[in-house]
Design a protein around this ligand. Structure first.
Ligand SMILES: [Ca+2]
Length: 415
């Protein structure tokens, strides 16, 4: 779209995220960079979250998942496979293989570091890889029978399709288009798709792009842009999906598909497999990258603040009622685009258990943090770097993977 000037440090890469974050910066670094990453924003600028109430069935003492000592963690990156611009990794229930999406449109199945046979799916002819476009996300239904792919189509619009699986291959004749969302600009497409702990399909969409959210989509609940959607992918009448009746705006006040809003570009979001907490890496504008965390049972209707707030900093004059502040944020300062990850629940690195592992596309350093109810209690670099760190993945055992857009998929192991 010719909107984004090229920055010298990014010129050589085909970038999903960086150009936007570095180029569309209406705020100077001096004005917008906080002195220290604020984890407890002032109540005057961003309202605090209400005190969470545990679900009735919870018995925290018995169910508290194991946590390790983040300070003692030492990790290594073990290469698993080299692919062509991998963007997303998912697992299929009942299958130990890794399913990995390539930006150009292929989905491959990987076992023991090898691609097994032909691609599971190839939609290369339906997508493009310019700007922040391509095959951006994949997920499987809870029963493992269907594959969902999220991509930008030839028109540049966001599309989510469903395929039935047969012998670990997508049946092309089974394709059903679930979502088609017009994108006004080439960037901020979101693109993540995740099957949630409740079996519903969650889709992240950015604010539509350009810079600074000129259309005000973040705070507009009558658009899907800038939102996290929650849909039941089963058909309803002549509709390809069903709006769950317990969605916050199912009966009005916004689009029925919206589950949360106020997001700029929720490139990667995940659910903690032990607690169901929602974690979002929301890519910032010119100054601040942020990580949001909210308990699953409080996420419906959550407003994450954009474009009134960038992180905890005011960005525009509008209002963002009851905005949920980030649990963590950091200034650019060599970094530029947060890559949200997972809370680690695996076995390889016991001291990493309970830590949220994430990174940044620009410096590639893998980091981790721990948090209590509302505050980060520790955060540190894990002292390993993945060039063009575009995404993380989690396998059936809870082990984590880091994906380099340059090609290599790494497993995170003990160092
Ligand atoms: Ca926010």
């Amino acid at each position: 779209m010719g909107l984004m000037p090229t920055h010298p440090s990014t010129r050589l890469l085909t970038i999903l995220l960086t150009l936007t974050a570095m180029a569309c910066s209406p705020l100077s670094q001096e004005e917008a960079t906080p002195a220290t990453p604020a984890t407890t924003p002032s109540a005057s600028s961003v309202p605090s979250e209400p005190a969470p109430s545990p679900p009735p069935s919870a018995s925290p003492a018995a169910e508290a998942p194991a946590t390790g000592d983040l300070r003692a963690v030492s990790v290594a990156l073990t290469p698993v496979i080299d692919l062509d611009a991998p963007t997303a990794l998912a697992i299929r229930p009942g299958d130990d293989a890794l399913y990995i999406a390539e930006r150009g449109g292929r989905v491959v199945r990987v076992v023991d570091g090898e691609v097994t046979g032909d691609p599971v799916l190839d939609i290369s002819a339906q997508t493009t890889s310019d700007s922040e476009r391509g095959l951006l996300g994949l997920a499987f239904s809870a029963d493992g029978q269907h594959l969902y792919v999220s991509f930008t189509n030839q028109a540049g619009d966001s599309q989510v399709d469903e395929y039935a699986l047969q012998d670990a291959m997508a049946r092309r004749d089974s394709r059903r288009n679930l979502l088609l969302v017009g994108q006004p600009y080439s960037n901020h497409n979101g693109g993540n798709v995740v099957t949630g702990p409740d079996g519903m399909l969650y889709v992240g969409l950015g604010d539509g792009g350009a810079g600074g959210d000129p259309q005000g989509n973040g705070q507009n609940r009558s658009t899907l842009l800038g939102g996290l959607l929650r849909i039941d992918p089963s058909p309803s009448g002549d509709q390809p999906y069903t709006v769950p009746q317990d969605n916050p705006y199912a009966d009005g006040g916004g689009r029925g598909e919206l589950w949360a809003f106020g997001l700029r570009n929720p490139w990667r979001f995940t659910f903690d497999r032990a607690t169901d907490d929602l974690w979002i890496g929301d890519v910032g504008q010119g100054a601040i990258e942020e990580i949001d965390r909210i308990p699953f049972d409080r996420a419906a209707g959550a407003n994450f603040g954009w474009n009134v707030f960038e992180g905890t900093q005011r960005f525009s004059d509008g209002r963002a009622p009851n905005a949920v502040p980030p649990i963590f944020e950091y200034p650019h300062d060599g970094r530029c685009s947060v890559t949200g990850g997972y809370v680690y629940r695996g076995d390889y690195v016991p001291d990493l258990r309970g830590s949220y592992v994430f990174g940044d596309f620009c410096d590639g350093v893998v980091r981790a943090l721990t948090a209590d109810r509302n505050t980060v209690t520790a955060d540190r670099s894990l002292d390993v770097t993945v060039p063009a760190l575009v995404s993380f993945g989690e396998d059936a055992d809870g082990e984590l993977y880091a994906l380099s857009l340059e090609g290599t998929v790494f497993r995170i192991t003990a160092g």
